[in-house]
Design a protein around this ligand. Structure first.
Ligand code: NAD
Length: 498
């Protein structure tokens, strides 16, 4: 069995805690590796390495920082199959989906390649006599990233390429459930010539996180995970005086208006509901069928759901893999039991699915509920599994009301052929990311990703322009070089203008 290590100061490091956790292979149910769980002292070692590396790295010319990003992008592109297979083995998602995750992560690296341009400041000439103003953005210092299990490559890449390109050093605390991908990334970054200590990986659980949140040398914390932990991270790190962005959970709705193309909408609902076994923060978990479309839409989703091939992630025939742990699989199955008990109509039942040759894998087949109501737990709670619920409403206004009551607001989608209705929806809906005939509207890397309400604590989204903003602080410099012809004292308050 493999034993993982931390990555501190440019090399693997055992740590001193003596604590370790199991990393499972969800397709077989076997333990694939052991991961060290850092003590506070281990976290301190990672932060110290990052602190020592900061002064040199912040002085490193912009072009050289950009070249590290180009080199990493090149290495990762060449070895993306290894990365995707590593993700698939520990997370369970199918390899094609893992490759998609790698590609979306690398888009942020590509965006970070443009850091010389992104860090350009502004300049105003002659704001007063002989006086000019310019602004610049400077790095913060040591930044920490704490990430969830469901995108072990992409979510860290929402953070570290932006932080590092901006001149910061970084300590990543990846999910302890699928930690190996971060180690490959660390090795490849070392191969690009990135100085030791600029990028560190410290594995762990709550103890490691809580130390990062309060460590005096950590200047900024980026977190992605469930809403209760996101709230804890935000409150603790902000209370310790740090800059924080904490992205939380979701319950994403897809509204289907009566004029929508049923096949297009059903394909989208199935792809976005069951892709990655529903373990995506942008997964669709609620389909809101408006008016007369409901019967035909449920039939179309049912037909597609029943035909999905569930199997191990490394089998090219598989469309959906297992869930990440047995505990999570059982929790999701428990929600299906609860939905039945609460009176929803279970149209497709994935419980009891056994995949040939993988009897101990953490599999659950896709489940589809119809006639779900907002009072039910399967409607209210984030399930994070392959469970899609259809809610029937009479009008657009009923659908809009559901969305306004939703405590989460990560992604939302509308399916319609009516441009006017879509335009009204996109302007009125309270959500950070909106799709029109697009079920998973994840922004490109040159925009910023983030939700509203309880899907985000803090006010800055990740990557894109807001990523640059988050990982730098602004300085404004006012400069006067007096013309010798007009020099002289002036005791007036410095106003503008003359
Ligand atoms: P999680 O909240 O359990 O864990 C996230 C991170 O927090 C991990 O690194 C974990 O080690 C750490 N952690 C766990 N418990 C902790 C505690 N008590 N104190 C301090 N740290 C703790 O999330 P997960 O199960 O790994 O990931 C799934 C969740 O992430 C879902 O809720 C999903 O919606 C959310 N997510 C959100 C986004 C987004 O962009 N909003 C993206 C991906 C995932």
């Amino acid at each position: 069995m493999r034993s993982l290590r931390h990555w501190v100061d440019g090399k693997e490091w055992q740590g001193t805690s003596g604590r370790a956790g199991d990393v499972f292979e969800p397709a077989t149910g076997q333990v694939a590796a052991r991961v060290p769980l850092a003590s506070s002292a281990d976290v301190d070692a990672g932060v110290d390495a990052a602190s020592r590396a900061f002064d040199e790295w912040r002085e490193t010319p912009l072009g050289r920082r950009a070249r590290v990003m180009f080199a990493f992008r090149d290495l990762a592109e060449r070895h993306k199959d290894d990365l995707a297979r590593t993700v698939s083995a520990e997370h369970g998602k199918v390899v094609a989906d893992a490759l998609g995750e790698v590609a979306r992560g690398l888009e942020v690296v590509e965006f970070a390649c443009g850091i010389p341009h992104l860090l350009k400041g502004a300049h105003s000439e002659q704001v007063s006599t002989d006086t000019d103003v310019h602004s610049l953005r400077q790095p913060l210092g040591v930044c920490a990233g704490i990430t969830p299990f469901n995108f072990p490559v992409m979510v860290p890449m929402w953070m570290w390429p932006m932080a590092v390109a901006c001149g910061n050093t970084f300590v990543l605390k990846p999910s302890e459930r699928d930690p190996s991908a971060s180690m490959l990334v660390a090795e490849w970054l070392a191969d690009t010539g990135l100085p030791e200590g600029v990028f560190n990986v410290v594995h762990g659980d709550r103890e490691a996180v809580d130390r990062l949140l309060t460590h005096p040398d950590v200047r900024a914390v980026s977190f992605v995970g469930s809403t209760p932990i996101a709230r804890h991270v935000y409150e603790t790190a902000a209370g310790a005086g740090k800059r924080v962005q904490a992205l939380g959970g979701a319950k994403n709705h897809m509204v289907v208006l009566p004029d929508a193309d049923i096949d297009v909408a059903a394909d989208a609902a199935v792809s976005a509901g069951y892709g990655s076994a529903g373990e995506r923060c942008m997964a669709i978990s609620i389909v809101v069928a408006v008016g007369s479309i409901a019967d035909a839409l449920v039939d179309a989703i049912r037909a597609r759901t029943g035909a999905l091939v569930v199997g191990p992630g490394d089998d090219p025939a598989s469309e959906m893999g297992p869930l990440v742990t047995v505990a999570h699989r059982d929790r999701v199955a428990g929600y299906v039991d609860a939905g039945v008990g609460e009176g929803a109509q279970l149209v497709v039942d994935g419980r009891g699915l056994v995949v040939d040759g993988h009897a101990d894998g953490f599999f659950l087949g896709p489940c589809l509920f119809d006639r779900v109501t907002p009072q039910m737990s399967i409607y209210r709670d984030e399930i994070f599994g392959p469970v899609l619920s259809v809610v029937r409403v009479d009008t657009y206004d009923d659908a809009a009301h559901l969305l306004s009551e939703n405590p989460y607001a990560n992604g939302v989608a509308i399916f319609t052929r009516d441009g006017g209705a879509a335009r009204r929806f996109e302007r009125e809906v309270d959500a950070g990311m909106v799709g029109v005939n697009v079920p998973i509207p994840v922004p490109m890397a040159y925009y910023s990703f983030g939700g509203w309400k309880q899907s985000l604590f803090g006010d800055t989204h990740v990557h894109g322009p807001e990523g640059v903003h988050f990982y730098t602080r602004a300085k404004v410099i006012t400069t006067r070089w007096s013309d010798p012809a007009t020099r002289g004292p002036d005791l007036g308050f410095p106003t503008t203008h003359e």
